[in-house]
Design a protein. Structure first.
Length: 233
């Protein structure tokens, strides 16, 4: 049975908070541990994000689905896994959680609690990268869900995001909530406010691309038997 909405919203808020703290905090740590070596900084940031995301989804996934991402919530609703009426509150707490997580990360590293990023990322290449990164993320998640292998999603999502840090020029934000959250930290993982619309638009375009692809590749829903056997969350 689905958990009550307040419980699910709390899980989404806390998971989003920890996700932003993880991404931004590991970025700040990487800057300080490896000054002058951007490649090593990116590797440290990606590794921490990949393994941390795996753990966060394991903790909160059984409560809310472990979305922490408005586009994931939208696609889940499109496939009838989440009521459409729950999408706006999910998205709201996801954004609030990521903003809070950014403030927390800054504070943990004795930086100003709020520092608006000056890192410009709004290029055509970055926009294309966000379409690719977000589409790939949605394919990973919902290919597993729609084939009865949702239990593999935490590891698969962590692995994909870790890889996408390197194969996309945008370093794979793939999430409107974390995109907004990163504005509030002028650090390695930050993004300037002026670049946010390009990223969010690209992430929404990915929804339009991913949904028909998923319907084509995996048209059948998992069977009731598979659910009963515990193959689907």
């Amino acid at each position: 049975m689905p958990r009550p909405l307040p419980h699910r919203l709390l899980a989404e808020y806390l998971g989003s908070l920890l996700l932003a703290a993880l991404v931004i905090g590991s970025g700040i740590a990487a800057q300080r541990l490896s000054p002058g070596d951007v490649g090593l900084q990116l590797l440290e940031n990606a590794a921490a994000t990949a393994v941390g995301l795996y753990a966060i989804i394991l903790v909160f996934g059984p409560v809310s689905g472990g979305h922490f991402n408005p586009v994931v919530s939208v696609v889940d609703a499109a496939f009838r896994g989440l009521p459409w009426r729950d999408v706006p509150p999910y998205a709201l707490v996801q954004v609030l959680g990521c903003v809070t997580g950014a403030v927390l990360a800054n504070t943990m590293f004795e930086a100003a609690p709020v520092s608006i990023s000056t890192t410009e990322r709004a290029t055509l290449a970055h926009g294309l990268s966000e379409v690719v990164a977000t589409t790939g993320l949605l394919l990973v998640i919902f290919s597993l869900v729609r084939t009865g292998r949702a239990a593999l999603a935490p590891a698969a999502v962590g692995a994909y995001i870790g890889a996408a840090y390197f194969f996309t020029s945008s370093t794979s934000f793939a999430n409107p909530a974390i995109t907004v959250g990163r504005v509030f930290s002028d650090s390695f993982a930050g993004i300037a406010p002026s670049s946010v619309p390009v990223f969010v638009l690209a992430q929404l375009v990915a929804v339009v691309v991913a949904v028909p692809l998923l319907r084509t590749l995996h048209p059948a829903e998992p069977t009731v038997t598979a659910v009963a056997e515990g193959h689907v969350r």
